[in-house]
Design a protein around this ligand. Structure first.
Ligand code: DGJ
Length: 377
């Protein structure tokens, strides 16, 4: 009797200590408050599932137009249900102004993603980096590591990708062709009006390939890949990382040549690789794209716009950033997108939607409010 009472009292006590669960559903595009009642600040983000918790990393934006620059760093949140998020603080801090660091305050640091390396035990963060004051011309990739998932992360280096290496699927014709196809294109020393006349793969051979919008993907065999908009955004490249995930091993492929894909998000289902991407229209939304392949290096087959409801041509006013396989739920994936507000960067919203499949085709329906369902709930 006393024992039962004690157990019941302890149970009540524990329940009272549980942090309140504010959310029981997703409401795409609405304000999304963390455990401090502050709108989540993790834009262009991605999620790592680690030891039973989800960790969401993204760009910490600040108020106003200047808030699109990296004034603070990469923010991390954690959750056990994907609806309610605990603020874990800044995982990677930018360096002070005037420090001369590649990640100096005021640089552009976008689309950070984190993966865990089981061999080294390290958490490895990659991100798109544009050194301060150089616009988007740098097209570099930065890498940072930590022993703890939520950080702090230590910046290692930044640069272009795979200098002196040809893509595994580059045709000999590109290796032999001149960088500029016409004499005209040389005039002024700047980019020609049409990139068709420019052999960017060759132009960047020595210095390394450009990388802007990016993502990471770890395959079932533990090999990790960096997926990024390259060649002046015209062509997506997929590059294998070294065993410790902190570098590139020289093996990479060019995909969707001349298709100007941004915002790549990769996932794997039933042995096939999928990509959700966007077109290239700055902060303004455009129609999403999807593609499937049997091998990560392609050939990739485009499947068209996965969105099907009103405003599908604008991806429901969002741009892809990640596709999350939900743990413990069979065949359940979440499309994570950003609804950018460039005039007041900090107010950017998150558009998370269910991913469905019709045969091989990927379908993303609009839901103004939805919950995770399905086996394993
Ligand atoms: C679109 C990209 O997807 C964003 O990450 C950002 O780089 C903006 N362009 C900048 O205009």
């Amino acid at each position: 009797m006393w024992k039962t009472f004690l157990i019941a009292a302890l149970g009540l006590g524990l329940a009272a200590c549980q942090p309140s669960k504010r959310y029981q559903s997703f409401t795409p595009g609405e304000l999304w408050l963390d455990d401090n009642d502050v709108h989540i600040n993790a834009h262009g983000g991605g999620i790592l599932f680690e030891k039973g918790r989800y960790y969401w990393f993204g760009e910490h934006k600040t108020a106003g137009e200047g808030g699109n620059k990296a004034n603070v760093g990469v923010h991390c949140y954690s959750s056990d249900d994907l609806y309610n998020w605990k603020d874990e603080g800044i995982a990677l801090h930018v360096e002070p102004e005037g420090s001369g660091s590649p990640i100096e305050k005021g640089c552009i640091l976008e689309r950070p993603k984190v993966i865990h390396n089981p061999k080294t035990g390290k958490y490895v963060m990659w991100f798109h980096l544009e050194p301060k004051g150089q616009g988007y011309g740098g097209a570099q990739s930065g890498v940072a590591v930590s022993d703890k998932v939520a950080g702090p992360y230590t910046f290692l280096r930044a640069g272009r990708i795979n200098p002196g290496k040809w893509a595994c699927n580059v045709p000999d014709s590109l290796k032999e062709a001149p960088v500029f196809a016409t004499e005209d294109a040389y005039s002024g020393g700047s980019l020609p009006a049409s990139l068709d006349s420019l052999n960017i793969q060759k132009r960047d051979f020595e210095g390394g390939q450009m990388a802007r919008d990016m993502n990471l993907f770890v395959d079932d065999d533990g090999k990790a890949y960096h997926i990024y908009a390259s060649e002046e955004n015209s062509t997506l490249q997929i590059a294998q990382l070294t065993e410790d995930y902190t570098g590139h091993n020289g093996v990479y492929a060019r995909c969707f040549e001349g298709r100007f894909m941004e915002a790549p998000a990769m996932f794997k289902r039933n042995g096939k690789y999928y990509l959700i991407m966007s077109g290239c229209t700055g902060w303004a939304p455009n129609a999403a794209r999807s593609a499937v392949a049997d091998s990560i290096f392609g050939p990739w087959k485009e499947l068209g716009n996965p969105c099907i409801d009103a405003d599908s041509a604008l991806t429901y006013h969002s741009q892809s950033t990640f596709v999350l396989p939900v743990q413990g739920k069979e065949d359940t994936y979440i499309y994570m997108g950003d609804r950018w507000t460039p005039e007041n960067a900090i107010d950017g919203r998150y558009v998370w939607l269910p991913v469905r499949f019709e045969g091989e085709r990927v379908v993303i329906p609009w839901e103004s409010e939805w919950k995770l369902e399905g086996k394993g709930e």
